[in-house]
Design a protein around this ligand. Structure first.
Ligand code: ADP
Ligand code: MG
Length: 391
């Protein structure tokens, strides 16, 4: 049964009528530009064909009731309970409900109407694997309240308000990339976002290649501590480099040449972290021209370099991700392979020639399993549209 049928059926059983609407919001995979969104760099994600689906209807009740099928739980909250992060019965909101409740909170901060509704939702995006299940939940609920609230916001505004919800309500210090890709995705296109100006364009992916996602099944959460340490190292590098480059505002403003000239002034760990960012921004700056010229060979080489840099300089990889990337890079027909998302577990992203896909998936799964003893999940994905109302 499709997820749409599943959420519709559960909605019908629970609320005793057919849901008025269905919203969908995808996960995302990032091909290049990792850990640069919070350094004002360029990122190159695509929305994927895995998504969160919400079946919903307006209600006259004073509160909204949400059923999370994947957690087998429900939560109820209203405008009155939102600021205390509690339910209508005064119990604390369960963790998963902070994402939709955070969306409601950030819309209320904008004085936008957030009418009460009943909803049932589920997703086929694996959680905590680097494919941004959290942003997909947020962007799906943006569509829910936009549908019921009688207002419309441009997709980038919805992304920014979703990021605000995750930063300030859920308490996760993420950049803008995840919500952007889920809100703004375009079928069969990669999205190139300038995280400083928030300007973005679509970039073609040649038809003869596919995006393959390989899930290590290892979930070593990038503890917020490790993530914050990386962010702090980047800020420290900017502070120190400012002595010689007074005009810089972020690592985006530092060229590779300037960095090489001044790198000796930085403490070793700060230098490694900042070098990843400066070189990764340089790599992602080359992406557009390579993709527009269909030069997938050189684009894939940049993906491989990105993986090595995340492993050796930014130090956010793990043994399983390294096995998955190494095995893939050696398989015929694979142009590039690297860890995607924040790191420390989760998935790799691979660009593979269409005619080699089946062999690639088989050889990768065998190679990974024989080195780690773990059974990977491998899926071929397509770039999809961003968050939308299906019904
Ligand atoms: P990811 O990299 O997948 O975004 P996060 O840790 O940022 O990982 O977000 C995962 C959290 O998002 C889950 O713990 C849960 O709270 C929420 N979430 C994601 N998918 C769902 C879902 N299908 N149903 C309910 N909550 C979800
Ligand atoms: Mg997330």
């Amino acid at each position: 049964m499709s997820i749409i049928d599943q959420v519709s059926e559960i909605y019908q059983e629970k609320f005793e009528h057919t849901p008025a609407h269905i919203a969908r919001a995808p996960g995302r995979v990032n091909l290049l530009g990792e850990h640069v969104d919070y350094n004002d760099g360029f990122v190159l994600p695509a929305a994927i064909d895995r998504a969160t689906y919400v079946a919903f209807s307006p209600t006259n009740a004073p509160h909204s009731t949400l059923v999370a099928v994947d957690f087998d739980q429900q939560a109820s909250f209203s405008a009155e309970t939102i600021s205390t992060k509690t339910q209508t019965d005064s119990s604390p909101l369960p963790e998963w409900s902070l994402y939709p409740a955070g969306v409601m909170w950030s819309l209320m901060e904008e004085n936008l109407a957030v009418p009460s509704m009943n909803a049932v939702f589920a997703s086929d995006i694996p959680r905590g694997s680097g494919l941004s299940s959290s942003a997909s939940v947020e962007m799906a609920y943006m569509i829910v309240w936009q549908t019921l609230g009688g207002w419309t916001l441009p997709s980038m505004r919805r992304a920014l308000l979703g990021q605000k919800a995750e930063n300030e309500y859920v308490g996760v210090n993420c950049g803008i990339m995840d919500q952007f890709a889920s809100a703004c995705g375009v079928e069969n296109k990669l999205l190139l976002l300038d995280c400083r100006s928030l300007e973005w364009i679509t970039v073609p992916l040649p038809e003869y290649v596919s995006i393959v996602i390989a899930d290590t099944t290892v979930r070593r959460k990038l503890t917020s501590g490790e993530y914050n340490k990386r962010r702090a190292a980047c800020e420290e590098a900017v502070r120190l480099l400012k002595q010689d480059l007074p005009k810089i505002k972020s690592l985006r403003d530092v060229s590779v040449d300037d960095f090489n000239r001044l790198a000796h002034k930085l403490p070793e760990e700060v230098e490694k972290r900042a070098r990843h960012v400066v070189e990764e921004i340089e790599r992602s700056d080359q992406a557009q021209a390579l993709l527009e010229a269909s030069d997938i060979r050189n684009f894939g080489r940049l993906m491989n370099e990105c993986h090595a840099s995340l492993r050796d300089l930014y130090e956010v990889s793990c043994p399983e991700l390294n096995v998955m990337a190494n095995v893939a890079q050696a398989i015929e027909g694979c142009y590039g392979a690297r860890l995607t998302g924040a790191g420390f577990g989760g998935c790799t992203v691979n660009l593979v020639a269409n005619e080699r896909i089946e062999d690639f998936a088989r050889v990768l799964a065998q190679g990974y399993e024989s080195e780690t003893g773990l059974h990977p999940e491998i899926y071929i994905t397509r770039a999809s549209n961003g968050a939308e109302l299906l019904k």
